[in-house]
Design a protein around this ligand. Structure first.
Ligand code: ASP
Length: 259
């Protein structure tokens, strides 16, 4: 309730203004994200193990906008889009490559659902920066557009791409990525082989090195695992656990995503 005064004929009349609480409808935009370690399991077709999940995840989307810029094995954007299209046709969804738009920003704005495929993370991030897509893509995901990433496409969901396994084959202007989740990923995570005579760094060693200079938690996501994000709710799907790395702590196994 608000109380006001109006001056009228030399007297002050009390005017009570009752203002009904105006319910400004806050539209909740729940982030909907799937971050998969890999696109393909041994002996299976592309995305096969994820299709059931994707059917409900992309419910309501008839077309998925595919971001093909990571180009695994150097294949063309169109060939990569065709691969994604074949997989999604099995759940009756069309796929359109973002590369097919003269203006990729416009293509992104129209997207009902988004899928970024794996490949080389440096190339993917360089391309996203070059096309000025980093911020629009982040905003689009934050506004609730369902986003699927596999591998490099999952790496870019974290605050930085610094925990990728890829080689720097091109030079992105920044290692910063979307930051739509609060952790970095290390996809295709491999446990050290205690019997190996190989003396190169293990994944664990490399992630520890990352934590000497950075504090972002890292999730070592093994093949066949994926993280499903629904607003603030995050769950690990697939068999077993993920390996969690936090700066200054011993790495541990978890079925939950603690960040
Ligand atoms: N090269 C991986 C991919 O398939 C990404 C990574 O291992 O960091 O996208």
């Amino acid at each position: 309730m608000q109380v006001g005064f109006i001056k009228k004929s030399g007297t002050f009349k009390l005017l009570l203004i009752c203002i009904l609480p105006i319910r400004t409808q806050r539209i909740e935009h729940m982030k909907k994200i799937v971050l998969a370690s890999t696109s393909t399991l041994f002996g299976q077709e592309y995305l096969e193990y994820l299709l059931e999940e994707l059917q409900s995840f992309f419910e309501g989307c008839s077309t998925i906008t595919f971001i093909p810029y990571a180009r695994p094995g150097g294949i063309s954007h169109d060939a990569y889009t065709a691969l994604a299209a074949t997989a999604f046709s099995k759940i009756n969804k069309k796929v359109v490559g973002l590369n097919s738009f003269t203006d990729p920003l416009e293509g992104l704005a129209q997207a009902e659902g988004i899928f970024t495929g794996g490949g080389n993370t440096f190339l993917l991030v360089q391309q996203l920066h070059q096309l000025q897509l980093i911020n629009p893509l982040k905003a689009k995901i934050e506004s609730g557009t369902p986003y699927l990433g596999t591998s490099a496409g999952s790496n870019i969901a974290g605050p930085s791409m610094k925990t990728t396994n890829d080689m720097p084959i091109v030079y992105p202007p920044s290692f910063d990525t979307l930051g739509v989740v609060d952790f970095n990923l290390n996809p295709h995570y491999m446990d050290p082989d205690p019997n190996s005579q190989h003396k190169g760094e293990t994944r664990e060693t490399r992630i520890r090195e990352f934590h000497i200079f950075n504090t972002t938690p890292v999730i070592g996501l093994r093949e066949g695992n994926y993280i499903l994000v629904n607003g603030d709710h995050k769950i690990l799907k697939g068999e077993g656990t993920a390996r969690i790395f936090e700066a200054g702590k011993k790495p541990y196994e978890s079925k939950n995503i603690p960040f």
